[in-house]
Design a protein around this ligand. Sequence first.
Ligand code: UDX
Length: 458
Amino acid sequence: MKFEKSILCIGAGYVGGPTMAMIAHKCPDCKVTVVDIDKERIRQWNSDVLPIYEPGLDEIVKATRGRNLFFSTEIEKGIKEAEIIFVSVNTPTKLFGAGAGMAADLQYWEKTARQIKRYADADKIIVEKSTLPVKTALAMERILTSSDNEIHFEVLSNPEFLAEGTAIKDLEEPDRVLIGSKETDRGVRARDELVEIYATWIPRERIVTSNIWSSELSKLVANAFLAQRISSINSVTALCEKTDADVTEVARAVGMDSRVGNKFLKASIGFGGSCFKKDILNLVYLCRQYGLDEVASYWEGVIRINEYQKDRFVLTMLGAMFNTLAGKRVCLFGFAFKADTGDTRESPAISIAKRLIEERAELVISDPKALKNAVKDLEGLDGTVRYMEDPYEASYGCDALAVMTEWGLYKDLDYERVYRSMAQPAFIFDGRNILDHKRLFEIGFNVFPIGKPALTHF
Ligand code: UDX
């Protein structure tokens, strides 16, 4: 079959896979190929069990794979064939050298730029999809145009705002699509070409264009703002616990102001996920590089509160359980960084589990999707950790339950049965405020929510 356009995406991860599946689904005239150096990952994308779990993803991939969506390891062929190349490789926090622990590690991204240059034999539009420090597009362009060949590469920035667990919905009905380009004729033409692809299914007023630096920066700032809201409400939980105020009531009252809005104000043990911390660190590093120390410290505060919140949770457990957790059995309900995903990257459950092990507690970890990752995250730790998917089995004989992830299934358990099977006195620490605290208290539990008065029988 002859396709109108050939699109390539380098990087078959959480962003590249679902985004390309959506483009293939909405634009049957485009041939969409996703390549990755990781053979195993490509094999999974071509199998019945996709490497990531996203509601709705399986259906779209099944409908398009082999028709106009292809997963392959043939990067060279992919580059030659495509007119538009999305770059969606990972840019983790750099772990070595200058900027270690803060700056983005751009080695995979640069390698990709060099590959594109080596194999391309005609003009291409290059679309940055990975979240990158501001001015990376410039570096990309320099690498691509560093020889005397005649090929023209036009670099666009098109950050992805999808959240895990709702990727398909976010891709189908995004709040906005942002495309940054140069203001030159060629830049604008390339931008318009990408706009046309998205306009197949997204109303034009939601497709926003900007200069390329604004686009790169917007992604970092969007994530920093979202994380800041969580740290703001989480900082208030500490105060609520001291003053008998209830954080849910405070969040409701504050969020009803339409200028503030009511979303992303759920108190928790802290934010996790692959983006928030990485992007804020990146923003902080960028500010420091430009000598903007006050701005850097301001954003650093968002991460500091997040660390504080996790530590505070463990200290609450310790204080409530008579200042010793040694030899006590604690069951963690959930390990994923949020519900509806098996992803545990930067999950607050990781640091909480590690802290509990330091206190010599014995852990039993339960999660419907994330146990495989949990095993990897806690590998090599000195301590007793067991993994059980069934929450009844997991909580059996435990001294305490701690909710780490807001999975719906934990709301509907038979807590009378759970209570009867636990050691007494039984404790529940609800790190997500999802349970019916009053009822749990009536059953006999000592209940410690986040940012609300504790309900205890002592
Ligand atoms: C986030 C952004 O939402 C997305 O736009 C960006 O592209 C990538 O980063 P994601 O990491 O998938 O997406 O998850 P998100 O739903 O934003 O949640 C992040 C963390 O914040 C989770 O750990 C979640 O549990 C926590 N959270 C969220 C809260 O603690 N309280 C809230 O009110 C909302």
